[in-house]
Write a protein that binds this ligand. Structure first.
Ligand code: TYD
Length: 221
């Protein structure tokens, strides 16, 4: 059984990734593969409860390290119950946010040591958790925050200031520079039709290469 592909969507708050998710899904489905669509934090009943604890501005908010541990507790549950089994049975997975979000938000945003995140990543996901492909929606922070404010009802991260969101963006930039072959950078400030065209132009050759075996899966798995 060929392992499924793990494709992730990443970007700062208001970067526009969720509104393009349907288009990415259609392009994947056109490959004739089975697809699990999911998101983080969340994806299982327990992980959704943890999501509430992490994101709700009400109540007793976790401090930074507790937040990091909660995000990884949710991820472990999601990985063991849903993502891992799907990939093993050949199903492709499209996940709206994954481990790069933790590097950007808890690492660059909250200022927690990257080495802690790398260690937790290794414990929780082993070597199998590296996405095959990540679409990163890179959007100027002022534009992204305008979009977020128009949506109303801001979560705990979205309530942070401009500096915080700039740090998150630079955290993503570091991830991209460290692993350029995995990322496709999408300019999230462009009109939706242009973004769609960019996504299609980026995914089509990648899918073709996967199908023909020109880009084999990571042999370390
Ligand atoms: P998202 O679902 O994109 O937000 P919304 O429901 O408002 O569209 O993302 C949820 C939030 O969780 C987002 O602000 C980023 C944050 N987050 C982290 O801080 N760390 C993580 O590891 C993950 C996956 C998300």
């Amino acid at each position: 059984m060929t392992r499924g592909r793990l494709i992730t969507l990443e970007g700062g708050d208001g970067a526009g990734k969720t509104s393009q998710a349907g288009w990415v899904r259609d392009l994947i489905r056109a490959q004739g593969v089975s697809l699990l669509e999911t998101h983080e934090p969340g994806g299982t009943p327990l992980a959704e409860t943890i999501r509430e604890w992490v994101l709700s501005p009400a109540g007793d908010p976790p401090e930074a390290m507790a937040e990091l541990l909660l995000v990884f507790a949710a991820r472990r549950q999601h990985w063991v119950q849903r993502i891992g089994p799907a990939l093993e049975s050949g199903i492709w997975v499209l996940c709206d946010r994954f481990v790069d979000s933790t590097y950007a938000y808890q690492g660059a945003g909250r200022g927690l040591p990257i080495a802690w995140i790398a260690m937790l990543e290794h414990w929780v996901l082993g070597s199998a958790g590296r996405p095959d492909l990540t679409l990163y929606f890179d959007t100027p922070v002022d534009l992204a925050l305008d979009r977020v404010r128009q949506r109303g009802r801001l979560n705990r991260m979205e309530r942070e200031g401009l500096d915080w969101h700039e740090r998150v963006r630079s955290g993503y930039q570091s991830r991209l520079e460290a692993d350029p072959g995995r990322f496709i950078r999408i300019e999230g400030g462009l009109p939706p039709e242009k973004i769609r065209a960019m996504i299609e132009a980026a995914l089509t050759p990648r899918f073709r290469a996967w199908a023909s075996g020109d880009l084999p899966q990571d042999p370390s798995r």
